[in-house]
Design a protein around this ligand. Sequence first.
Ligand code: LIP
Length: 330
Amino acid sequence: MTTIDISSADLKQILTFCIDLAREAGKTILKGSEAILSTASDDVEEKKNSVDLVTEYDRQVEALVRDKIKQSYPDYAFVGEEETSALGTLPPLTDGPTFCVDPIDGTTNFIHGFPYVCISIGLVYKKRAVLGVIYNPMLDWLYYGVESQGSYLLKSSSSAPLKLPLAYPRHLPSLSNALIAVEWGSDRTADSTRAKSESFARLAGDGRDGQVKGGVMAHSLRSVGSAALNFAAVASGSLDLYWEIGCWPWDVAAGIVIAQEAGGLVSTSDLSLQGGEVTGDSSDTILTGRKYVVIRGIADTPNEKGGDAQKRLVKDFCNTIVDMKPARLS
Ligand code: LIP
């Protein structure tokens, strides 16, 4: 039973708190990045394999964020990537408010100095993501969104917020017109690698004259290495669609709100779970389901409502890719 009520005024206060917290965490991320890039020592640990990485800074940032949240919101639950990975199991979501935090999303980028790194702070309430802050300290770009209150980008702490999406939500006739983000993720088993390779080939390949079977020849594929920043780019309108199997709620909770508030639609990529249809529902089954697809907002045309276009394209997308089972935590 829910014992904490959160009003939209409360959400505004929590948003201010999360923005300040993200900026504070960003300072530690920047210091960590400088330290990692300027020393010969290798402070990188492997989690489940050699591409699933963690640094002392992931842990430091998570501890900082968890402590500040516990001080200000002692009754709210906290699910952080590093603590949960160490436990080896994702606690079930309750109806109470839960902060879902990835202290450094894009850890591989962080280690390599590739500037697509962020902290992602999501608030889940009644099993739905209701507030999100994603901050990339390398570029000083901060995205935020609150349910029913819109989503925005702050390009520096002193600039005015820009309403998302940044671009006019042009019509998207088919997947062949789309710029699509995909990720390799950290599951490199034969099954996962085969399913992803085949999916990527179908998305990029020319299906005409039987060249690539099932090929839709999208404009192109991108991989920036951060689920949260992929969601933010879809919310901005600079990516049309992003798909990944294997992420966790801490990777996507903030991004889900930010994308939805910008007119995006979030779905599972396994439509067999919902009778083959795209529902547009983003309840806890989607949030914890680990198979995420998000498409940007699309304007209505005389022949098709934007919402119908989103559902049609997500359905086409799900029928194009190869489904796979996500790997366990450890
Ligand atoms: C990463 C994601 C990325 C995904 C990786 C990993 P991390 O998060 O954001 O998109 O492909 O598997 O989950 O580990 O950098 O926090």
